[in-house]
Design a protein around this ligand. Structure first.
Ligand SMILES: [Mn+2]
Length: 330
């Protein structure tokens, strides 16, 4: 399939994180070195702390109300021979390019590690036990016996995805494999301390103030359910001067409290509520998000949505958690 030069499109999910973008750009550099014509398309913008990634300026990122970029993206998708779908396996996660990717006659390849994949591709490299999609891309290159093509750009992009999706090798999804991949990427030129600095230590004062505000004013603890939750609204984010990605990771603070097993962030947007879930141990937020909030992800990290009001969504959540009380107390 990849023997001769092809038009390749790599698509990430909406609001790509470091794994979605890093795995895509890692694959991008690899396929370019192999002589293909490659384009990375993201269905939305992404946080500024990812813009340092090699290849960032080549990414076609859709913007709301920018018809020209959308047309260009759809045209590129239409002309593709192969479409790689990275870090998602449900078409609904790519918003404005869902239609064109769905309709495309290109060979579609999923590379992903989220639970409950949809079957829309001809090929699928899907492994939910892998901590990152970046690790799966690395595995693919290895399987093709083409690791000699891995330069520091590829290693850097892939390492960034691996590092963030394992929470810097702290989350329970970190297996010995993740450390082995990290070590090999290091040898291929990834610089762990620099990458960590570029991703974690580039806060704006607005983001730090947002974290301070949420932790001080919005964090609610329900001790009997071992649960923490916080609510933020687009209005508040605007007032605090926040940008895309600023609220990312805040949900994890809830989980860092001793005894807390579940942390939820409810984010009120223009026409929906976004929910982020984090858990420890056996409590599956993938199941919770999947059953009640039209979402999913991983066992200990998932997302969902609600079209109801904020008030009703919170009441629904609290009622569901009361039902899960035995598991949460466990
Ligand atoms: Mn991922």
């Amino acid at each position: 399939m990849l023997q001769y030069p092809k038009n390749v499109v790599i698509v990430t999910h909406f609001k790509p994180d470091a794994d979605a973008l890093g795995s895509s750009l890692g694959l991008y550099w690899f396929l370019k070195r192999k002589g293909h014509n490659v384009k990375v398309i993201t269905p939305s913008d992404y946080p500024t702390f990812l813009e340092w990634m090699p290849g960032n300026e080549e990414v076609l990122a859709l913007k709301p109300n920018n018809k020209k970029v959308s047309e260009q993206a759809n045209k590129t998708i239409e002309n593709a021979d192969i479409i790689f779908c990275l870090d998602f396996s449900r078409l609904s996660r790519i918003n404005d390019v869902e239609e064109s990717v769905g309709a495309s006659k290109a060979v579609k390849v999923i590379i992903d590690h989220h639970l409950n994949p949809e079957n829309f591709a001809s090929y699928s490299i899907h492994d939910s036990s892998s901590a990152s999609t970046a690790g799966l891309v690395y595995g693919l290159i290895k399987q093709m016996k083409e690791t000699h093509h891995i330069d520091s750009n590829i290693a850097t992009c892939l390492y960034a995805g691996l590092m963030t999706d394992t929470g810097s090798f702290r989350h329970s999804n970190t297996r010995s494999e993740e450390f082995i991949i990290a070590a090999e990427l290091f040898k291929f030129g990834a610089n762990p301390s620099l990458i960590a600095k570029l991703i974690y230590d580039t806060n704006t004062i607005e983001r730090l103030r947002l974290i301070g505000y949420v932790l001080h004013e919005k964090l609610v603890i329900i001790p009997e359910l071992h649960t923490a939750y916080m609510i933020i609204t687009d209005d508040e984010l605007r007032k605090l001067g926040s940008q895309t990605g600023d609220s990312e990771g805040i949900v994890n603070y809830g989980l860092s409290i001793e005894g807390i097993k579940l942390s939820v962030l409810l984010h009120e947007k223009k026409d929906e509520i976004k929910l982020s879930f984090r858990s420890t141990g056996d409590f599956s937020v993938n199941d919770l998000a999947n059953q009640y909030f039209d979402g999913g992800g991983h066992k200990n990290a998932a997302g969902g949505t609600s079209k109801d009001t904020l008030e009703n969504t919170l009441q629904k959540l609290l009622a569901i958690l009361t039902k899960f009380a035995p598991q949460l107390k466990n």
